[in-house]
Write a protein that binds this ligand. Sequence first.
Ligand SMILES: [Zn+2]
Length: 393
Amino acid sequence: MEIIHANVISNGAMLADAYVRASDGVIREIGAMEQYAPDGSKVLDAEGNVLCAGYIDQHTHGAMGYDVMDATKEALDEICRHHFRNGVTTILPTTMTASLEETTKVLSFLRDYAPPVPVKIPGVHMEGPFFSVKNRGAHIERLLTAPTDAWQQMIREHAEVVKMISLSPELEGMVSFIRLCGELGIVVSGGHDDGYDDPIYAAIEAGMRNVTHIFCCSSGITRRGSPWKRLGLTEIGLTDNRLYADAIADGNGIPYDLLPLLFRAKGRDRLIFISDSMRATGLQPGTYRLGSDEEGVIVDVTETAAILHGENLFAGSIACVSKMVEDAVKRSGIPLVDAVLAATRNPAALLGLEDRGDLLPGMASAMNLITKEGELRKTVVWETVYEKGEEIQ
Ligand SMILES: [Zn+2]
């Protein structure tokens, strides 16, 4: 397979009028069109559009009426199909705060699950249950807990399927738990927290690497009974370069006018787009349940937002990472390459995914063809070209 006349985003730069050659699911060669010589394989003319790596979404709860907590093949199949139709070729299915039994069931299911479309699942993102009560957002209060021995034992037993855990860094016992996660190869992200200053820095020292949906239920600057201002996770996330920050860049979780500040603070290599997409993503506006059928919370969905019923709070989003790349360019004025990095190379770097997130020889041939305004046109995996939105069985 050869893709010719593409502007290729590779290694953080845009190669003008270039070609990419791939075989057996691996990129073999990238070069300028002047050097191009056809080798007789299938050719796709990109006609000057931009070719970049397939998108990565490290935080997605669901889509098309299904939630990861459903833990059925039908649910995960539809969630994967929805992402793939929208150019997302790698996802971390994300759990909500739930009981130990229910979480175990979801992890066990996903350990053996294989998607019906070319979407890679490096593992699960556990969002909760180790969160503060104050900034729990849509997470159910009575199910919040400390990382008890039983939870730690379960996580050890499922370590190969847990890729990431979001937790509140200030809670008791977190420093040793974060170290345990490091030993197990699990990426730790701070969020839904009520911390400030020292406990957050201690968590970073212990290995916390990311802020979960910054500006959405992450703690902010505070005084706590003295005139001295103390930084919350939001400000530490913005200022501490040891941390990545991920953002629900759908114009709601992060307003379009705020996104440039995030890029300026984190730089083009430390900001990550996440969908935090919920069950109603891809469906009509209406009332839906986020999380499991028994324990989930009610969410009112409009054309552009998912709002926690009766509260002034978003419950994730109904967007897809591909739309965030497009909106970052069109509505926030972010350079295209920087917007693409937030959906490709940066999450791959955080998650340690060495075979994806960029277009370089040796990497997986999972690619998106987008316009210069960031609008998704096609997804190319192995030798197959999929139109945006194409149905695949
Ligand atoms: Zn959340």
